[in-house]
Design a protein around this ligand. Structure first.
Ligand SMILES: *Cc1c(COP(=O)(O)O)cnc(C)c1O
Length: 371
């Protein structure tokens, strides 16, 4: 058997992430590797930190990157905040909310679910009601953009409700960060995690996180040890917040960090408010074009994620065949439904570098051809 170097197809990635990235990001990733304690690398880490503060709209000192995908951010936040027996309210309107319930229970937390219909934003009154009968709740958890359904929740409002009951607020902004308005400090989001490959328009494998002083104090005041070595905030702080005296925690994947740095730089150069606006405008254009070819949005207006549009699959269509023809004939990837929406919806991403008219045209023409 003979092997040759791997050469991926040139795909148009219009699913729920990863998406295509700016060639400048790939170029940055191909630069020479650096040691994880090299002074030049530490400069890059400091830059990453301040670029992330800009992106999250926060002054939190504890703002950094985890070397792993969004799922790591989810687990890291939960494992640091929850002690066995803690009551945690999880708002569930889709697959990722369900995953949080699973993690809470694995850690020994007591999950109380606020259940929402898949495809709808979490109804704030439901959270209020559940909090009223569970006044001993320590943490409230919600997903901003539920990528499995296409619904965007009002986390500013949810956070206000949870704080009035003295909860610590944990928000998943995995899909939304960089593409949808988020104000971590203004909205009092205490622990927040994201990923690199969705709204931030980089490749996969990194998870930006940020923690308020309140969240950090709660973690420092734990009565039981954090049940993870790799995810322990106290140890990560030694690497990320250590000034000149950094302590080795793990070997940071330097080239991945270069890519994220470049993607955040591109976002800052555009201006994050401009990026939010661009995603909104292109989403509106895409939805009207989809309607013209007979595809109806799954989520009601006003509750849609701008960078991830979900549409109902028309009756009598073999959805897997459509996706495989899009891929084979047009090099175009769109997302299938997840969980209880499998076979019912498609998920079309217009994220970061891909949120532009050229990609809208390409996707609509390919769909028209295949359908
Ligand atoms: C994609 C996603 C995750 C998981 O991120 P990975 O990078 O795939 O691990 C978590 N939450 C939401 C809302 C997501 O869309």
């Amino acid at each position: 058997m003979s092997y040759k170097s791997f050469k991926p197809e040139n795909r148009f990635l219009m699913g729920p992430g990863p998406s295509n990235v700016n060639p400048k990001v790939l170029e940055a990733m191909s630069k020479l590797p650096l040691g994880h304690l090299d002074p030049q690398f530490i400069e890059l880490m400091n830059d990453l930190k301040s670029l992330l503060k800009y992106t999250f709209k926060t002054e939190n000192e504890n703002t950094f990157v985890l070397s792993g995908p969004g799922s790591l951010g989810m687990e890291m936040c939960l494992v640091n905040l929850i002690e066995p027996g803690d009551k945690v309210i999880v708002c569930v309107g889709g697959y990722f909310g369900n995953r949080m319930v699973q993690i809470v229970e694995k850690i020994g937390g007591q999950a109380v679910v606020v259940k929402e219909k898949w495809g709808r934003a979490i109804e704030p009154q439901k959270l209020e009601d559940v909090l009223n009968v569970n006044p001993d709740t320590k943490i409230a958890v919600f997903v901003h953009a539920e990528t499995s359904t296409g619904a965007l929740s009002n986390i500013k409002q949810l956070s206000g409700i949870a704080h009035r009951k003295s909860c610590i607020v944990l928000a998943d902004v995995v899909t939304s960060l960089g593409a949808v308005d988020i104000y971590v400090d203004e909205w009092n989001l205490d622990a927040v995690y994201s990923c690199s490959q969705k709204g931030l328009a980089c490749t996969a494998g990194m998870s930006p996180v940020t923690f308020s002083e309140r969240a950090v104090a709660s973690i420092k005041n734990r009565k039981t040890p954090i049940k993870s070595w790799f995810n322990d905030l106290n140890l990560l702080q030694g690497y990320w917040n250590g000034g000149a005296k950094r302590i080795y925690h793990h070997t940071a994947p330097s080239n991945q960090y270069y890519g994220l740095h470049e993607a955040l730089l591109i976002l800052k150069e555009e201006g994050i408010e401009n990026a939010w606006r661009r995603h909104k405008e292109n989403s509106a254009k895409m939805i009207s074009r989809l309607k013209q070819i007979g595809l109806e949005p799954f989520v009601p207006e006003g509750e849609r994620i701008p960078n991830l549009i979900t549409v109902k699959i028309p009756d009598g269509i073999d959805e897997a065949k459509v996706r495989s023809e899009l891929l084979n004939k047009h090099n175009l990837e769109i997302g299938a439904g997840l969980g209880e929406l499998a076979g019912k919806i498609w998920r079309i991403g217009l994220m970061g570098y891909n949120s532009n008219e050229k990609m809208i045209d390409y996707c609509i023409n390919a769909l028209k051809d295949v359908l």
